[in-house]
Design a protein around this ligand. Sequence first.
Ligand SMILES: [Zn+2]
Ligand SMILES: [Zn+2]
Ligand SMILES: [Zn+2]
Length: 141
Amino acid sequence: MNTGLFKRLFRDKKLRMSLPRLLIYQELLGARIPLSPQELYQSLLKKQKKIGLTSIYRSLDLFESLNMAFKIINGPSVKYILCEIKDHHHHIICKTCGHVVEFDFCDISKWSKKVMESTGYQVTDHQLNFYGFCKACKKVD
Ligand SMILES: [Zn+2]
Ligand SMILES: [Zn+2]
Ligand SMILES: [Zn+2]
C-alpha cells in the first residue's frame, strides 16, 4: 500500500490523518522488515522527527485494528510489519529470523462450523498465526 492509498483508507474510515501517523506508516513502509516501537522511535529520531513512544504505540494499535499492520509477538519482543494483502489473510513467522510471509488462502470453514456447534457461539472472526522456519533458516540434515 502506498502513501496515497493509506491516506484514502483513513479518509474512508473517517479517521484523522495526522502527521505522526503518516510518518510512522512511511517508516514501516521503507523498512520492509518488522520494527519494534522502540526501533521506529529511534529511526524517526535520526530523521529529526521526534514522535513520542506513546503516540507510536497508539498508531501501531490503530494500524493493527485496521488490518494494515501485523503485530509479531515473539516472546518478549513485539514488532510490526505492514500488510500487503488487504482482505482476510494469515501470516507465517520464522522462529529464527522473524521473517513474515502473508498468504490469502484460508480453509477453516469446517473448523469454524465445529466451533459454533460445540460452543453455541456465532463465529464472526478468527486469528491464526503459523510459526516455523523459513527456507533460509530451515534445518537441513
Ligand atoms: Zn498481513
Ligand atoms: Zn528465517
Ligand atoms: Zn482465516
